[in-house]
Every structure is written in C-alpha cells, then in structure tokens.
Design a protein around this ligand. Structure first.
Ligand code: RB5
Length: 140
C-alpha cells in the first residue's frame, strides 16, 4: 500500500516519526512535506497530497497540522478525497467503517504521538462496512 503523508510546521515532528514507523512496517510512503519546523502554509502541502489522491498516485493519505482543521478543510476540496479529522481510536475506526475515509487527519498539538500511532494502526486495519454506508458515501 502506498501512503502519502503531509504536514505543516506544527505536524512536522510527528510526520517525521510516522514516516519512520510506516517504513519500518513495510509500507511505501510518499512525503509531500513540509520538511522543517519553519512556519509555512498548510494548504500548500494538503493540496499536494490531495492532488496525488485524485490522480491515484497514492492509495491513501495521512495529514497533520496543529488542529487538523486546516488540513481537513483543504483536503476535502479534492474530488476523490474523504478526509476525516480523528483524535481517538473509535473515531479512527468509524472514519473507515462508516465513511471509508481515505485520508486520516490528526491534530498534532492536541494528541500524543502514541495516540496518533494508535489511530493510524486502527484506521489501516479497519474495513469499510459498505451497505447503507456505501449509499451515503456515494451521495457525497
Ligand atoms: C499553525 O499555527 C496552525 O494554524 C495550523 O497548524 C493548523 O492548526 C491550521 O488549521
């Protein structure tokens, strides 16, 4: 599975560590920046990831900023993106089970790194439930 990942300066530290974690688990990871803690604008990186999802260059994505809101708002402008803002494992599970979220967005300033990894593991391993949820996703 090819996973795209991006952050702004607020999510940079977690992004860096998450990339190492995912590579260690054998995932193919594409880093869309940012690549330092210098102040930057989250849409620049969210659009890069969103475009890659739209074009099928990655199978899914992970995005981090301070609150997660800037990333989620921007990513959801992309036609094929279903970005879910998640800060706990039940939300991570439901984001896939009910919404088939293909981008996991997390608020780096409001969750621990340990929780971010737990959310990623849960989101990756959960299956979309389909059925009535498929109908709802199609209506988006
Ligand atoms: C950066 O200070 C902050 O605004 C950004 O990381 C994010 O929270 C925006 O939604």
């Amino acid at each position: 599975m090819k996973i795209g990942i991006c952050s702004d300066h607020a999510g940079f530290d977690y992004k860096d560590r998450i990339i190492s974690y995912l590579l260690g688990k054998g995932y193919d990871v594409v880093n869309f920046g940012t690549d330092s803690e210098d102040s930057c604008d989250y849409p620049d990186f969210a659009h890069a990831l969103g475009t890659a999802v739209d074009n099928g260059e990655v199978d899914c994505g992970i995005a981090l900023c301070g609150t997660g809101n800037g990333m989620a708002i921007t990513l959801n402008k992309h036609k094929k993106v279903r970005a879910a803002l998640v800060w706990g494992v039940s939300l991570a599970s439901l984001a896939k089970e009910h919404n088939n979220a293909n981008v996991l967005v997390m608020p780096a300033r409001f969750i621990s790194y340990r929780m971010a990894l737990a959310c990623i593991r849960t989101w990756i391993s959960t299956e979309f439930a389909g059925g009535r949820h498929q109908r709802r996703v199609e209506k988006i």
